[in-house]
Design a protein around this ligand. Structure first.
Ligand SMILES: [Zn+2]
Length: 143
């Protein structure tokens, strides 16, 4: 069966909840350019995507932005059959934990992948889509 993974028209409320007015708003600006960006701690080199304004490991606020390749591998996933009301028209859909090439792990929806084709360890790549409000958001698909 094919999972109708997060069709654009169904993400309306979730998209409006995105933190566009934060220290890491630049992340959403880069998504508009179809670029996946993160932050790297200048002191301990820990990497974050989605970005963090402060390092979670050494608490430094000295971070630098960098662009990620958008490639990674699927390390875990779950298929959601009972969702929050906002996503109820999307079920079933898959939410995956992706380990990006540069190290950070990111949670994202899997898009356009048949449920039986989802395999832990499979290579994935980022895809971008536009929400009804005109915001660009990310998901991942089979590479
Ligand atoms: Zn650090």
């Amino acid at each position: 069966m094919t999972t109708p993974i997060l069709p654009t028209k169904e993400v309306k409320k979730a998209a409006t909840a995105a933190p566009y007015n934060t220290k890491v708003a630049r992340f959403f600006d880069s998504l508009k350019e179809n670029k996946l960006t993160g932050t790297r701690c200048v002191k301990c080199k820990a990497t974050y995507c989605p970005p963090r304004a402060d390092c979670n490991k050494c608490m430094s606020s000295e971070v630098e932005w960098f662009e990620l390749s958008g490639r990674g591998k699927l390390i875990a996933y779950t298929v959601v059959y009972v969702s929050p009301e906002t996503w109820s028209k999307c079920v079933p859909y898959a939410v995956a934990l992706i380990e990006l090439e540069e190290g950070p792990k990111i949670l994202a929806a899997l898009r356009d992948v048949k449920q039986e084709d989802i395999k832990v360890g499979m290579p994935v790549r980022v895809v971008y889509f536009e929400t009804p409000e005109g915001h660009t958001f990310y998901g991942f698909t089979k590479a």
